[in-house]
Design a protein around this ligand. Structure first.
Ligand code: 1GP
Length: 241
């Protein structure tokens, strides 16, 4: 059986675009999971991401167990820190915040994660995580105590992504931040996509079909949406299969 990563690579090769819903364990109550996930199952969503910048210990595992009762979609951890790691998920984006210069989020959390990952079957996907400014401070910026890359420094963004690839990251994730007022610009996405040989994920502030289309057309292989689905479940229904 293919790994989750191999399926992402295969989808990219075929030009099949992927869409992940991001569920924050702090915001989704277990009793709401079944109704929400039934809408996810009826939609074009291909992956369920679970994570948040600050989540209390135990909440992620409870949520993952509940989600997996209701869907066959791959459940992928998108953790803000090590306490969100649970072996009940299928995979983990092993995120290194390469836009920042805080060693804790470049390597520190990763060292701490090993005792939790060592005996688990979780598929670990090394991911270069790049935060780009969107006009307001984001949770990632606050928690990681790092500065995002400037939107108009496109060369610096492209070089950061390429450096991530050459360091061995298997995915690059361009992040505007949860609830971003401005999603990542198509121009930035296309410049980065042209340089990369690995799949490109884009998220933050995407809240309508038009932006989904622009983001895919610019070269994103996978889009991540959290806030828009949290605030408006009918947007999920709009994205029916
Ligand atoms: C945040 O990129 C994700 O880490 C999704 O962002 O919540 O704005 O959709 P939104």
């Amino acid at each position: 059986m293919n790994t989750i990563y191999q399926n992402i690579v295969a989808a990219k090769a075929k030009g099949k675009k992927l869409l992940a819903v991001l569920i924050d364990p702090d915001k989704m109550k277990p009793q709401h999971v079944s109704g929400f996930i039934s809408k996810v199952n009826a939609s074009i969503i291909t992956h369920v991401f679970v994570g948040g910048s600050e989540v209390n210990e135990g909440l992620t595992e409870t949520l993952v167990i509940e989600i997996k009762k209701h869907t066959a979609l791959p459940v992928v951890l998108f953790p803000g820190d090590v306490i969100q790691i649970t072996h009940k998920a299928d995979a983990i984006l092993f995120l290194s915040l390469i836009s920042g210069r805080n060693p804790e989020y470049l390597i520190g959390q990763h060292v701490k994660a090993i005792s939790r990952l060592k005996h688990s079957q979780l598929e670990v996907i090394p991911t270069g995580y790049i935060l780009i400014e969107n006009g307001k401070e984001t949770a990632v910026q606050r928690v990681s105590k790092t500065q995002p890359l400037k939107r108009n420094h496109v060369t610096s963004i492209v070089h950061t992504a390429k450096a991530g690839e050459l360091l061995g990251k298997q995915l690059i994730y361009l992040e505007a931040g949860s609830g971003a007022t401005q999603p990542i610009d198509a121009h930035i996405i296309s410049q980065v996509a042209q340089e990369l040989n690995i799949p490109l994920i884009v998220g933050g502030g995407i809240r309508n079909k038009k932006t989904i289309e622009t983001t895919y057309n610019a070269g994103a292989d996978m889009i991540v949406i959290g806030t828009a689905f949290e605030h408006n479940e009918s947007f999920l229904t709009e994205l029916k299969k």
